[in-house]
Design a binder for this molecule. Sequence first.
Ligand code: NAD
Ligand code: DAU
Length: 351
Amino acid sequence: MKNILITGGAGFIGSHLVKLFVKKYTNYRIINLDKLTYAGNLQNLKSVENLSNYVFIKGDICDKVLVEKIFKDYSIDSVIHLAAESHVDRSITNPFDFAQTNVMGTLTLLNQAKISWAIDGFKDKLFYHISTDEVYGSLGKTGYFLEDTPYDPKSPYSASKASSDHFVRAYGNTFNLPTIITNCSNNYGPNQFPEKLIPLFINNIMNNKPLPIYGKGLNIRDWLYVKDHAIAIDLVFHKGKLNETYNIGGFNEWTNIDLIKVICATMDKKLNRKTGTSEKLITFVKDRAGHDMRYAIDSTKLFEELGWKPSLQFEEGIEKTIDWYFNNKDWMDNIVNGDYQDYYDKQYNIK
Ligand code: NAD
Ligand code: DAU
């Protein structure tokens, strides 16, 4: 039996990955370490919580004693590390939390992996770090992020992720820790916390609340359906070359304003509202500080080496996503009735 430590498995991407691995690989034991911050939600994992090859541990990746105990108790042989503070806006108001979890937490895991795995010369071990395209900075109108694009992080979030990537490579180089890093573009899909653009806007349209678009809405993101990201992680985990980096992206660029118009039109149809009703909720608000203009990933390496490409067209993915939020109003209500609504209403001065 392989013992895989997945961190952040109660979050958005982590929960899709945990479900995929627990169900697909019954010969693996999946140990999910998650602190259950505001972004972690055990409701996301209902379908696997009672399966015998799944273990949940509530705890902090920065807790050295706990991390050491988990490596020993479960004879961990691989780590897939997703736990992070992930929201750019929060990193602007509270950068210290990002340095703590994203940098110190990653370092804590790396160091324990080094100590535990050096004993048998790192045989069959892997530290797989999940990172973001934001480490590469911001693109102009043309070009793509490639695996060798120089790092140029511009927000406290991306600076903390870039720093964690550097630590991962440093442990590979200095201590021979077997590592892989993937840098992915914007994910969307079920179970995403409604502070991120797509679930926030779906929820606000349902509730006739304003849709706050930062600046002029011309910033561009490259969107990938979350399950396609999980499939890519599965592939890289099993077939990726050690000490390599792979970019993962959708070749699917949208300006925020065009994306929102698609969501508004789809929501009008589903809510049987007159065309144009949801668009009236669009409100242009003050731009995000240091707002990156454009992200676009070139994932040719992953396609050529491992044969991965996104399985879903965007139109299909966004339809599935909207349907999921419609069919899971209790999931959204549980979050919105928690402390999140307060954070959001204060941010936009909503009465
Ligand atoms: P998320 O915010 O939805 O989930 C993060 C999870 O980590 C939560 O369950 C939270 O409870 C947990 N966590 C936070 N701090 C912790 C700590 N100190 N100890 C243990 N657990 C902790 O994030 P996400 O969107 O699912 O992103 C997951 C990973 O993928 C992150 O590393 C992020 O940088 C990366 N990523 C995200 C995207 C995206 O579009 N969402 C794209 C590329 C890369
Ligand atoms: O590129 C990968 C990254 O994508 C991940 O590493 C991050 O964890 C993830 O949060 C995401 O970062 P973004 O900042 O791109 O995502 P967000 O959903 O916050 O914003 C998407 C775009 O929409 C961005 O240009 C800002 C804009 N936006 C966002 C919000 C929340 C708005 O215009 N209004 C909003 O209310």
